[in-house]
Design a protein around this ligand. Structure first.
Ligand SMILES: [Ca+2]
Ligand SMILES: [Ca+2]
Ligand SMILES: [Ca+2]
Length: 484
């Protein structure tokens, strides 16, 4: 330390008296002489090894040396420096083409001029979408699940289809019209199931609400209502928008997956209720239509063989089923969330006394017993509402805009479904079991806190592949897994 103090004193006097360029040269010479003399050695510079791809290094000067002085001294030693603000407190050194940045870092660390050498690594602002309601209504929970960091990498892709098995979707909504799934194999309006997939005229989705069991107040009259997937309750549109509303488009809100497509499968009537038989049919249809992810934001306390077999068939066909675990409090997850192959999602979000919401804690109403795999935000979640339903039922839209804030585990499931769409956009070959496993193991877990969806960690999670040729996900895009 004594030698260091001495050299600092000399350096200061030198710079005060001499013109700058000469001062830098003198400084370098002094330090070089010091290093070669019998004086106690300078403390070694801390070396934070740069990545092999590093193109700029940072040298932090020893105490008493100004960054600009260090830069000039390094120039004299043959290094190319780059402009740096005085406040940065470091000199920036370009790594010449063909030079190993680790070698160069060691050389700089050994120069005796720097107290530390590291990479001037690239940092990125976590991407925040331009949707106007995002900052006020969505950022608090999107940040907890680290969606903005994931959006730096992907906003999803139109190749990935999320089926919303629910009350239908209002595709005339400005934040949903770009997300429409289209089936070109069944021509619309000819009353024939041209592609023989079990649904007549399902060009834009399919309804399996049966006239016999629908609530009379819905006024369903058409003999073959398969094509009528319009949302007459609002629940399905709200759920759909949470998963995949158009993002970063200067309108309304953003979905977790900005670019995924939505397949509307209507199994719940205008009162938001339906039958297990219709739900099972809808799930089978969604898988057959090629859905990569099937969101089920409803549940029943009763186990059902029919529903269980439909889930098994959908999983077998390559679709990840994501279901809400229900609003049972300390109770167990409802069905179908409870089934082993389904990603069972409960709601996080606990309001504290100051009115803020802690999305790292389970919601008071959320199921937290057996069969819950993961928690995702489900309290005070923003979503799209069909404009004509604003002010009806419980929909209180914002300032005349077709958006509202609502709570329930129904809304936690599509957060996870959207996240799954981002995961499959990056790794389309993941089987449902692998995707579910990755989402569970990458969840963040604080002491005494439930596992919370972590979208950024999910995208970074390592996958141990044991691939046999052709073992990629059935029904997935024609992309092979990378070689191990
Ligand atoms: Ca059809
Ligand atoms: Ca047709
Ligand atoms: Ca939007």
């Amino acid at each position: 330390m004594a030698a260091g103090t001495g050299s600092r004193g000399r350096a200061r006097e030198g710079t005060a008296r001499l013109p700058r360029r000469i001062a830098a040269a003198a400084l370098a010479l002094v330090l070089a002489a010091l290093a070669a003399s019998d004086a106690p050695p300078l403390p070694a510079a801390e070396l934070l090894a740069p990545a092999p791809s590093a193109d700029v290094l940072l040298a932090l000067p020893r105490e008493g040396i100004a960054p600009a002085e260090l830069a000039r001294a390094l120039e004299r030693l043959g290094h190319e420096t780059l402009p740096a603000a005085e406040l940065a407190g470091a000199a920036r050194i370009r790594v010449p083409a063909g030079v190993d940045p680790r070698e160069l870092a060691r050389e700089l660390a050994g120069s005796g001029l720097a107290r530390a050498v590291e990479e001037d690594a690239v940092v990125r602002a976590a991407r925040v979408p331009g949707d106007p309601l995002y900052p006020e209504l969505q950022s608090s929970y999107m940040e907890v699940i680290r969606a903005p960091e994931a959006w730096d990498r992907t906003g999803g892709t139109r190749e990935i289809v999320i089926a919303i098995v629910d009350t239908g979707i209002d595709f005339s909504h400005p934040d949903l019209l770009e997300t429409l799934w289209v089936n070109e194999d069944d021509s619309f309006g000819n009353r024939r199931d041209d592609d023989e997939n079990g649904c007549v005229d399902d060009t834009y989705g399919c309804s399996f609400v049966s006239l016999a069991t629908a609530d009379p107040s819905c006024g369903y009259q058409i003999a073959s209502p398969h094509w009528l997937v319009d949302d007459d309750d609002g629940h399905g549109s709200f759920v759909a928008s949470i998963a995949a509303a158009s993002g970063d488009d200067d309108g309304g809100i953003t979905g977790v997956a900005w670019r995924a497509r939505l397949l509307a499968v209507k199994v719940l009537d205008c009162t938001g209720t339906g039958r297990i038989s219709d739900a099972a049919t809808g799930i089978r249809y969604a898988a057959r239509a090629g859905a990569d992810i099937i969101n089920v934001s409803f549940g029943s306390p009763r186990d059902s063989r029919l529903l269980r077999e439909a889930i098994a068939a959908a999983t077998e066909a390559g679709a990840l089923v994501v279901a809400s675990a229900g609003n049972e409090g300390a109770g167990d997850a409802t069905f179908p969330a409870r089934y082993e192959s389904v990603l069972s999602v409960s709601a996080s979000g606990l309001e504290s006394e100051d009115g803020s919401v802690d999305y790292r804690r389970g919601a008071g109403f959320a199921s937290s017993g057996q069969g819950v795999d993961l928690f995702a935000p489900g309290l005070e979640i923003a979503g799209a509402v069909p404009e004509r339903l604003c002010g009806q039922g419980s929909w209180r839209c914002r300032d005349g805009e077709p958006y509202a804030v609502d709570s329930g585990s129904s809304y936690a499931a599509p957060v996870a479904a959207g996240a799954a769409a981002l995961l499959l956009a990056e790794r389309p070959w993941l089987t449902p079991a692998l995707a579910r496993g990755l989402m569970m193991t990458s969840a963040s877990r604080g002491p005494g806190k439930p596992p919370i969806l972590d979208v950024a960690a999910m995208l970074d999670a390592p996958v141990f592949r044991a691939w046999a040729p052709g073992s990629a996900r059935p029904g997935g895009p024609a992309v092979r897994p990378p070689e191990p």
